[in-house]
Design a protein around this ligand. Structure first.
Ligand SMILES: Nc1ncnc2c1ncn2[C@@H]1O[C@H](COP(=O)(O)OP(=O)(O)OP(=O)(O)O)[C@@H](O)[C@H]1O
Length: 398
């Protein structure tokens, strides 16, 4: 007996925080379904994504192989808003078929070979099904016990078989893949990430996508005084992060000349903060043009001299838009672990000639005074410069 004789492979998705939403839940779910469809476009298959009670089911065309179903499940793990992704079998709604499917499902499992403990957990979303969920547990569990001789352990089973009775079918599956959690991208609006080629800002971008923001990326390059390497790096990072949201745009500001003017202002110790404020002012101008409601940076309190409380305050004063800093309370090791998990660390660790090295002073100010910064900015005509810089951006669409 093969599994396909029993049913079709499909993917069952468990929603995250959306389930806590009240009246707006429908809106969040619809957005999530749209994001899932967009993420699956590359498969070039007629994939049917359906909202069911509390879950989303992905139905694949008849005859789709298990490998493709696995790839679909894997791809969906990258879509924020889901907590579990289960490769499941969709079978006919009768108890005998469910039993056969469950037996077949675990046939090759390691746990079965070594006689591990198991449990069956059933749920009935359709109350007209002839068996109640505990009766279904006992029926399926009894057969598994007969066929494989596995002992039941309801509290801490090593293998769990899930059975979910839905409106038109029954889903049978075992453990799943963890999802990203969070909210569907786009449900919180749009923001602009200031993205260097470093480790922190890509993680900051990811964390805010996960809270429902669709983000654009803004990179300041030292051009014409540096090579284009940092742009390639930013582009590679955006490509990686695009898997979580889709439709990403990278904007690049040629920043070298502006940095030179800052350096020429002679305020060596304040140069880094003055530069960061000019970046923020430029970002704010760009944000207005693309209708982004916030800026995002990878700052973590105290990590480097530009990230002391006083210097962060001086940066907040440069713009009116809120600056979101999701990593503010994170340790470097935590940021690195997250960067590794989301696949940006290996790109960030590639060497490049960051624009900021152009301005590294011998001793950076840790307590920048806003009045001193304003004096520098007056001389630079920073507001006008920010507009000019925003005019000079180049767009790199993926
Ligand atoms: N060249 C740049 N282009 C765009 N944003 C930048 C650039 N340099 C710095 N930033 C922004 O300023 C934040 C602080 O930068 P800084 O270099 O002080 O810290 P960092 O901890 O090294 O950050 P990262 O690892 O993101 O480079 C960055 O997280 C990023 O949001």
């Amino acid at each position: 007996m093969t599994m396909s004789a029993l049913g079709e492979p499909c993917v069952l998705l468990k929603l995250g925080e959306i389930v806590l939403k009240g009246k707006n839940r429908e809106l969040f779910e619809r957005r999530l379904v749209g994001n899932i469809r967009a993420a699956l476009k590359d498969f070039d298959l007629k994939i049917d994504v359906r909202q069911r009670h509390g879950v989303i089911a992905i139905f694949l065309p008849a005859g789709t192989g298990v490998e493709v179903a696995d790839q679909v499940a894997q791809r969906v793990t990258e879509v924020p808003g889901l907590v579990w992704i289960h490769r499941a079998w969709r079978v006919a709604k009768d108890p005998d078929t469910v039993v056969k499917a469950a037996i077949e499902l675990i046939k090759d499992r390691d746990e079965v070979k070594r006689g591990a403990t198991f449990a069956v957990r059933s749920r009935r979303r359709d109350k007209r099904f002839p068996l109640k969920s505990n009766e279904l547990d006992r029926l399926v569990g009894g057969h598994i016990n007969d066929v494989y001789g596995l002992p039941v352990n309801l509290k801490r089973p090593e293998l769990t078989v899930f059975v979910e009775v839905d409106r038109d079918e029954v889903f049978v599956f075992t453990d799943g893949l963890p999802g990203q959690g969070g909210l569907p991208v786009g449900s919180s609006g749009r923001a602009l990430v200031l993205m260097s080629g470093g480790i922190d800002s890509p993680v900051a971008a990811y964390r805010m996508m996960r809270r429902g923001l669709h983000v654009d990326f803004l990179h300041f390059s030292g051009i014409p005084f540096t090579t284009s390497e940092s742009i390639y790096k930013a582009y590679a990072l955006v490509r990686r992060l695009d898997r979580f949201q889709g439709k990403s745009r990278l904007w690049v500001v040629p920043f070298g000349k502006a940095q030179q003017s800052i350096r020429n202002s002679g305020q060596d110790r304040l140069a880094v903060i003055a530069q960061r404020r000019l970046m923020l002012k430029t970002a704010e101008e760009v944000a207005h043009r693309i209708r982004a409601g916030a800026l995002i940076t990878g700052d973590a309190l105290g990590q480097v001299s530009s990230q002391t409380l006083q210097n962060i305050t001086a940066q907040d004063h440069a713009v009116e838009l809120p600056i979101l800093r999701p990593l503010i309370g994170w340790d470097k090791t935590e940021i690195m672990a997250e960067a590794r998990r989301i696949g940006t660390l290996e790109i960030s660790e590639l060497p490049d000639e960051d624009c900021c090295t152009l301005l590294a002073p011998k001793r950076a100010e840790t307590r920048a005074k806003i009045e001193d910064l304003k004096l520098i900015e007056k001389r630079l005509d920073a507001e006008e410069l920010a507009v000019q810089l925003a005019d000079s951006i180049q767009e790199y669409t993926l």
